[in-house]
Design a protein around this ligand. Structure first.
Ligand code: NAD
Ligand code: TYD
Length: 350
């Protein structure tokens, strides 16, 4: 029987991966290992928390002793590793937090896996979830492929690049069975409202300014989070050991166009006059080191495993807005208390 640790399972993407694995694979035990930082929220998982094949362990991946004890307690067979500090703006303000969790935390997990599985690595998988941001920035043309040279610019992407290198090093050096996937920007239910889409939805609901960094022409590829969870499930079961896979939405948007679309959809859903929400758009000082454009070639996972996004951006965005409008308690719980727009508090010149 597989006993799978999913790290970061209380976070945005992790909660969708946990839910999918718990519901689809009653024969597996899913062990959600999460430190519950500001981004971890067990409310994301209320619908599955009583399932017999699910357990939660509050633990920090930086704490090797505790992670080792969890391995012993359950006889862990595999790891799907999502726990991370994930927000670029925070990484600019506090880079060491990103080094500690994303780099040292990942190496800790690799070390424990090496020690516990060393008798035979066969049948044990260390699946590392990463980002397209490790590849740096594109100009107007071109796409990131699995062969694109790493060129991270932010402390976040540098820390994720370092963690990817360590995972490959443990495959090359010790023979641990690894898979890495690098995905583009996710959006969807449970997204923490410090990132562009949920922040904008929350601010439109509350008639607050919509901060657009720089000239607003920075470009991202967006993928619905449930499609990322499907890809992770597929790669966990059918990915080639030692390989890297890019995952993307084939869905590029300039930030300003995306915010305009959000405003349009939200005006309709909130019954506001067309054009109301776009008046909230406020251009603000740019993010330092801001990558101009990300775009993914997800041809490999498509050709080899048949994966492609299941929803269009308009469908996914509409479902996301509906989720936020129908889950005001979740939103209020997340936005009350200590959290307010981190950017507002920390950057001057606003
Ligand atoms: P998130 O910030 O929403 O969630 C991160 C989770 O990790 C939280 O539950 C948090 O409590 C937990 N965590 C943080 N530090 C920890 C530690 N030291 N020990 C244990 N748990 C800890 O992040 P997300 O957006 O869901 O991203 C998940 C993963 O996917 C990350 O590895 C990220 O780099 C990667 N990724 C994210 C995106 C995206 O668009 N959000 C895109 C590609 C890849
Ligand atoms: P974000 O959601 O932080 O994701 P990432 O930096 O990992 O791509 O930002 C997405 C894009 O939106 C990025 O170009 C920065 C920009 N942005 C804004 O213009 N305003 C905002 O308030 C935020 C949070 C981001």
């Amino acid at each position: 029987m597989k006993k799978i640790i999913i790290t970061g399972g209380a976070g945005f993407i992790g909660s969708h991966v946990v839910r999918r694995f718990v519901n689809r694979y009653p024969q597996y035990l899913i062990i959600n290992v999460d430190a519950l930082t500001y981004a971890g929220n067990l409310e994301n998982l209320v619908d599955i928390e009583d399932k017999p094949n699910y357990v939660f362990e509050k633990a920090d991946i930086k704490d090797k002793t505790t992670i080792s004890a969890i391995f012993d307690k359950y006889g862990v067979t595999d790891i799907v590793h999502l726990a991370a500090e994930s927000h670029v703006d925070r990484s600019i303000l506090s880079p060491m937090d990103f080094v500690y969790t994303n780099v040292i935390g990942t190496v800790n997990l690799l070390e424990v896996a090496k020690e516990k599985w060393k008798a035979d690595y066969t049948g044990h998988l260390f699946y590392h979830i990463s980002t397209d941001e490790v590849y740096g920035a594109l100009g107007d043309e071109g796409l990131f492929t699995e062969e694109t040279r790493y060129d991270p610019h932010s402390p976040y992407s540098a820390s994720k690049a370092a963690s990817d290198h360590f995972v490959r090093a443990y495959y090359d050096t010790y023979g641990i069975k690894t898979i890495i996937s690098n995905c583009s920007n996710n959006y969807g239910p449970n997204h923490f409202p410090e990132k562009l889409i949920p922040l904008s939805i929350n601010n439109i609901i509350n008639n607050k300014p919509l901060p657009v960094y720089g000239d607003g022409k920075y470009t991202r590829d967006w993928l619905y989070v449930k499609d990322h969870a499907i890809a992770i499930d597929l790669l966990f079961h059918e990915g080639k050991i030692g390989d890297t896979y890019n995952i993307g939405g084939f869905n590029e948007w300039k930030n300003i166009d995306l915010v305009m679309l959000l405003c349009k959809q939200m005006d309709e859903k909130l019954g506001r006059e067309p054009g109301t929400s776009q008046q909230l758009i406020t251009y603000v000082k740019d993010r330092p080191g801001h990558d101009r454009r990300y775009a993914i070639d997800a041809g490999k996972i498509n050709k080899e495993l048949g994966w492609k996004p299941s929803v269009t951006f308009e469908e996914g965005l509409s479902a996301t807005i509906d989720w936020f409008l129908n889950n005001k308690t979740w939103l209020n719980n997340v936005t009350s208390g200590a959290y307010a727009s981190y950017y507002d508090h920390q950057y001057e010149n606003r």
